[in-house]
Design a protein around this ligand. Structure first.
Ligand SMILES: *Cc1c(COP(=O)(O)O)cnc(C)c1O
Length: 364
């Protein structure tokens, strides 16, 4: 039996007719940049997931960039984030001329270790970017306590955690700003690029709204420096078609993860911890094993697709050589990169395919 790591064609085949009808309506109305479809999506997303307001943007990197602009980070400032994440979590720091400072993750959840964050704070520290990696919320109580003590601006990278809650609060509302991605492979994926920004602080929402459209509230009057971070109308229209399915897709991911957690039994395997403060939405299901490469080859032979997410932590990427870190700087991140392998976890997987993944892992 073949189990692809991810097959986006199934979801898109199922939604082909409503998706094309929505695109046609947007095309005919020439609603190409922001506009009614994007506004409807912003309102729908806010209502479905519990946000006061949402701003649609043109990628998941965009709101991270905008958040760093809103925070006023700049040259000489240090912003702490995790080295075990997608590179985009850190890009915004560079875009505003500030310096990424990494703090290691905890073994159990792949998320920032609050003790390591506290140890990384210097007089130049201005902010923290907490990533809710693989759909699992980070330890926000501890992170916010550090932020409060040192007056730091907190950005939550929720790109992989749409729908996740931390002690009942939707991710993105715990810090100052939360950011989402609708890249096609995300839990809520568009047909192209997309992202969003949320904040519990109304004055920051207004500021982000202006930055999104060239620093402008009134056409051709620019009170602050902004950019072009607008979501396009087609993405808004497509996301409106997909949004009603998100809750069901998330439950299916959680059900598959529940089976993996209960039924994978393999010596030396490390399954991800499920702390009681939050509920993961399982963007990935990533396990660790000391013989990761051999395990992966074994799964490939049994036609189980896997991926390495992430093979190289950020502090060992060439682009961040100038920061002066090296092997050994962040042992938990390095060990995770060396030992991790991600298993198939998308809503359209059949129960028989899930059986096959579990049996194949257990047969290693
Ligand atoms: C996908 C992702 C982003 C944003 O990526 P885009 O490709 O710009 O949408 C940011 N952070 C993390 C952790 C991600 O997984």
């Amino acid at each position: 039996m073949k189990v692809p790591f991810l097959d986006l064609s199934l979801q898109h085949k199922a939604l082909r007719e409503p998706a094309l009808a929505a695109l046609a309506a947007t095309y005919d109305a020439t609603r190409f940049c922001l506009g009614k479809d994007v506004e409807d999506f912003e309102k729908g997303f806010a209502a479905a997931l519990g946000y006061p307001a949402v701003l649609g943007m043109n990628s998941g990197t965009a709101p991270l960039h905008v958040a760093c602009m809103m925070a006023g980070f700049g040259p000489g400032d240090e912003i702490i984030t995790a080295p075990f994440t997608f590179i985009s979590s850190a890009w915004g720091i560079n875009y505003v001329g500030a310096r990424p400072v990494f703090a290691d993750i905890e073994e159990g959840t792949f998320n920032l270790d609050p003790a390591k964050v506290a140890a990384a704070v210097t007089p130049r520290t201005k902010g923290i970017i907490a990533v809710h990696l693989f759909g699992q919320p980070a330890r926000m109580d501890e992170i916010m306590a550090i932020a409060k003590q040192h007056n730091l601006f907190v950005i939550e990278d929720c790109a992989q955690a749409v729908g996740a809650r931390y002690q009942g609060t939707p991710v993105g509302l715990l810090g100052d700003v939360g950011t989402f991605s609708f890249y096609p492979t995300k839990n809520l994926g568009g047909c192209g690029e997309g992202g969003a920004l949320v904040t519990r602080r109304p004055e920051l929402h207004t500021r982000a709204r202006h930055i999104r459209v060239h620093g402008s509230d009134r056409r051709y009057y620019h009170d602050i420096v902004g950019g072009n971070f607008r979501m396009d109308g087609f993405q808004g229209a497509l996301l409106n078609v997909k949004l009603p399915h998100l809750a069901g897709w998330t439950r299916r991911r959680q059900a598959i993860a529940g089976r993996y957690l209960r039924e994978i039994r393999l010596a030396d395997v490390r399954l991800p911890d499920q702390p009681s403060y939050g509920q993961s939405v399982f963007h990935q299901f990533t396990i660790r094993h000391p013989q990761r490469d051999a395990l992966r080859e074994h799964l490939t032979r049994r036609e189980v697709g896997t991926d390495l997410i992430y093979p190289v932590p950020l502090h060992l990427q060439k682009c961040y050589g100038y920061l002066g870190y090296g092997p050994g700087s962040f042992p938990v991140s390095e060990r995770s990169a060396a030992n991790c392998v991600s298993l198939p976890i998308f809503p359209e997987l059949t129960d028989a395919q899930v059986d096959h993944v579990i049996a194949s892992v257990n047969a290693f």
